[in-house]
Design a protein around this ligand. Structure first.
Ligand SMILES: Nc1nc2c(ncn2[C@@H]2O[C@H](COP(=O)(O)OP(=O)(O)OP(=O)(O)O)[C@@H](O)[C@H]2O)c(=O)[nH]1
Ligand SMILES: [Mg+2]
Ligand SMILES: [Zn+2]
Length: 346
């Protein structure tokens, strides 16, 4: 990857306004392009791949983050994020597993075959909204489907403002519309279940000559190619593709906001129900049920809304339980250690 300017790396007014002139002059801005256990890889205006050891100060960093480096070459601070995909993991220390920061657009990929599933698209939409990332639904395998418009219409009916594109992921001209979101300074990512065509789309976007491999290779001094595990790739369109395994493991946890953004018409209707705690089942004066009866709302949508809310509540509860278990176990270990120390001291 050649040297990029700050704006090519995705730096914009949102980040700039966080910095004083003095900070801009005395620190180097860097974007995290890969993360390992003991070190991170960075892009700066002067380095395509700068390695930095992780210290105790650098706890909550993730791929896509912008950081400041001081004149000693040490980590100074992380800039506030424009967006964040995180996965809540149960563990003794880290509960929030950060997956990717500062993505502008996420392509929700769904194929136009047996795999087509509105509920699943809604689930991904909830994740995108929760992360504060703009979603674009990409319907792949349009070349093998006879009812493209029908399916596209169904997706569009989820939200009239939603961006929906039907493509043949294998065909460069077919994916042309996606390039609008992949321009210089933009960072994009792909989510979707297995086999829907994410890798195919990425390869076509990165241009036929498999630029993904090219971009993830770095010339070492001897002119050899060494493969790096970089997660940020430059696309021919000028934007960056953030590709990290963590995106595949996103779960619905603590994302009530994302769900209510996804089903905004239901939450708006719910505000008009007679009872504030209406469950929209058979209560009198339920505006949600009226909308279903009048054909303004699909009952499938209400069902999935309830299902996703329950799922995220259940995941959050399990997590809380695990956390407290871990805590108790921690206390238990501590008391054992204390006792044994006391015994030794006797
Ligand atoms: N005809 C056609 N085939 C496609 C299209 N998109 C993907 N495929 C094929 O579908 C298969 C799966 O595509 P992948 O790109 O590997 O799917 P993926 O989403 O990366 O799957 P995972 O890596 O398992 O998550 C491949 O054989 C692709 O060639 C499309 O738009 N049209
Ligand atoms: Mg793949
Ligand atoms: Zn109701």
């Amino acid at each position: 990857m050649s040297l990029l300017s700050l704006s090519q790396m995705g730096f914009n007014a949102f980040f700039q306004q966080q910095l004083s002139l003095e900070q801009l002059e005395s620190y180097t801005l860097a974007r995290i392009s890969a993360q390992h256990r003991a070190h991170i890889e960075l892009m700066t205006e002067l380095h395509t791949n700068l390695k930095m050891s992780v210290t105790s100060l650098m706890v909550d960093l993730t791929v896509g983050d912008w950081i400041l480096i001081n004149q000693q070459g040490l980590f100074e601070q992380r800039l506030d994020r424009q967006s964040l995909f995180a996965r809540k993991s149960a563990g003794s220390k880290v509960d929030l597993q950060l997956i990717a920061a500062n993505i502008n657009t996420v392509f929700i990929v769904c194929s136009l075959d047996d795999n087509f599933n509105l509920n699943r698209i809604e689930r991904y939409l909830a994740l995108a909204y929760e992360a504060n990332v703009e979603p674009v639904v990409v319907l792949t395998k349009a070349d093998c489907c006879h009812e493209v418009d029908k399916y596209r219409g169904q997706v569009q009916s989820l939200d009239p403002m939603l961006m929906v594109e039907a493509v043949n992921a294998l065909d460069t001209s077919s994916i042309e519309p996606l390039k609008a979101w992949c321009a210089t300074g933009k960072t994009v990512a792909f989510i979707g279940s297995s086999g829907v065509g994410k890798s195919t789309l990425v390869n076509t976007l990165l241009d036929d000559n498999s630029q993904l491999t090219a971009a993830s290779r770095e010339d070492d001094n001897r002119g050899r190619h060494t493969t790096t595990s970089r997660s940020l790739h430059l696309m021919p369109t000028g934007g960056l593709l953030l590709d990290t395994p963590g995106m595949r493991e996103l779960q619905l946890v603590d994302c009530e906001q994302g769900i209510s953004d996804t089903f905004s018409e239901i939450t708006a209707l719910a505000n008009q129900c007679r009872f504030a705690n209406c469950q929209h089942h058979s209560e009198p004066g339920c505006a949600v049920n009226v909308a279903i009866e009048e054909g303004d709302l699909e009952s499938r949508r209400l069902d999935n809304y309830e299902k996703l809310l329950k799922e995220q509540a259940r995941n959050s509860a399990t997590l809380a339980q695990k956390r407290s278990k871990d805590k108790n176990l921690g206390r238990f270990y501590k008391s054992v250690i204390k006792e044994s120390k006391q015994r030794k001291n006797k």
